[in-house]
Design a protein around this ligand. Sequence first.
Ligand code: ADP
Length: 253
Amino acid sequence: MANTEPAAIELRRLTFQYPNGRIALDEITCSIPTGERIAVVGPSGAGKSTLLMHLNGLLPAPPITSDDKTQVFVHDRGVTRQRLRDIRRQVGFLFQDPDDQLFCPTVRDDVAFGPLNLGLSREEVMSRVEAGLAAVGMADCSTRNPSELSTGERKRVCLAGILACQPAILVLDEPTSNLDPRARRQLLEILRAFQGTLVVATHDLDFVIDLCTRVLVLESGKVQADGATEGILSDPLIMDRYGLEVPWRLRKP
Ligand code: ADP
């Protein structure tokens, strides 16, 4: 039976130019079904971060006010200025650098910040904070100061704050950068347990193999390849052409 559920994310000829004239995204068209885990890969400067930021209206783009002008749709609704609050409830965004996301004196306050902004009752906020911290294995750290934690721990606190908002879609920019192997594995487990739609930009192709079913290769702001993870990442022609390397695990003898 055909899937009639609206796509979690739909990009319709998404084009974006920075104020300095640089065209970072060039007519990107892509539909991401609900529940899919997709990786966006490509060399530095390909447009990965710019693409991700469009998914919850993070760029100071021209203030789009109507559906017929926007090129980004979340669950069939255009990402417009008026809907930003609603879009950000649905799309949780994990920045590459946890310090862009943490600013409270305690872990608990940081994790509570998002749910409090949703206008939930104090009880509900506390229960979500507990659940979020438990999900990332940081339940014992609620009274600590985030600045005293390791990068991996701070990243997990950020993720707890996002999970506490119960988003349907998680967007992650270079989630494994600066993580040691154990922290990386913990992050992988957390993300694999997430039931929603996941979009991850990363250079860590082994992480992609373990997490994502689909890969989008971006270069010069264009989609250069789009397909099942193993097919794309094991293709030496595609990988070589776009400055990537076939991961060891997928190399043919
Ligand atoms: P990636 O995440 O794949 O490394 P980015 O999305 O960061 O790529 O950048 C895409 C292109 O846009 C690059 O050419 C980059 O130099 C340019 N760019 C990124 N941010 C800005 C900015 N704030 N102003 C101007 N150009 C930018």
